[in-house]
Ligand binder design. Structure first.
Ligand SMILES: [Zn+2]
Length: 271
């Protein structure tokens, strides 16, 4: 077991390092396999020894070896987060479902960080994600029926909410990127966990909103969502909840968002 955990930790750090490349290059429409990593400031190639996940960052104390400009703390955070998810998944999910869940979690990490920085959810991840999630469901849980319902309801519900919001308020409430992402979540996890994800994310969104502006309305919304989530968890608290805890990248979203905000606040106060 300890061996499996160590292997998951190492694999998670390595995969996390590749996810950083995807996060950095996909929005720029650059290849994720070529060329080798360069410092975004001075374009100096990064030596293989400095490119080791986490260790490279620690060794360089967060600064480029060549130009000394700071390296974003996002790199080690993504690596550590990916490693933590890999370890959690290995402990809670058995193969072959494990590999499907890990692929899903990786897609969600990339989507989340790109969304945080660029406010987009690239089709190059969500569209293949919908197809892969649905194809895998013929061989793995949640099964193709649950997956198909999750895909259609996930995409449909959000599309409808966005459309309604647009009709009522006359402005875009959410982009089609969210619709495709929720369809992908539905395809991978099935409709029950998709609904749980939707609830948890609105719950987490409420907490984040509460942190940003303490508002009586936000507090009321948070408590209502909390009640919803609680009922929902009890409804599906049987076998599926343990998988949902691992795969729900929305938990990770909270951690990354808080760290990101703290870091930005730190940078601003230092400047
Ligand atoms: Zn540099």
């Amino acid at each position: 077991m300890a061996g499996a955990v160590l292997l998951a930790l190492a694999m998670g750090l390595i995969v996390g390092s590749f996810l950083n490349v995807c996060i950095h290059r996909l929005p720029l429409r650059e290849s994720v396999v070529w060329p080798a990593s360069r410092c975004p400031h001075c374009r100096a190639a990064i030596a293989p020894g400095d490119n080791i996940p986490l260790i490279g960052y620690l060794r360089l104390r967060g600064r480029c070896r060549n130009c000394r400009s700071p390296i974003s703390v996002q790199y080690p955070i993504v690596e550590l987060t990916t490693a933590a998810i890999f370890v959690g998944a290995v402990l809670l999910v058995d193969p072959p479902l494990l590999f499907a869940r890990l692929a899903f979690a990786c897609a969600m990490i990339v989507l989340f960080v790109i969304d945080l920085e660029h406010r987009i959810l690239p089709d190059v991840i969500t569209l293949p994600g919908i197809v892969i999630g649905f194809v895998l469901s013929f061989f793995l849980p949640p099964g193709w029926r649950d997956s198909a319902i999750g895909l259609l309801v996930g995409g449909g519900v959000l599309w409808l909410m966005g459309e309604l919001y647009f009709r009522v308020r006359g402005e875009e409430g959410m982009g089609f990127g969210d619709v495709k992402m929720l369809a992908m979540i539905g395809a991978f996890l099935g409709w029950k966990l998709m609904i749980l994800t939707l609830m948890l994310s609105s719950f987490i969104g409420s907490i984040v909103g509460l942190g940003m502006r303490s508002h009586a309305g936000v507090a009321a919304k948070m408590f209502r969502t909390l009640a919803d989530v609680n009922i929902n968890i009890q409804m599906i608290a049987t076998s599926e909840i343990k998988t949902s805890i691992v795969v729900d990248a929305k938990f990770v979203e909270l951690a990354v968002r808080v760290l990101h905000d703290a870091f930005v606040a730190g940078q601003e106060s230092a400047a």
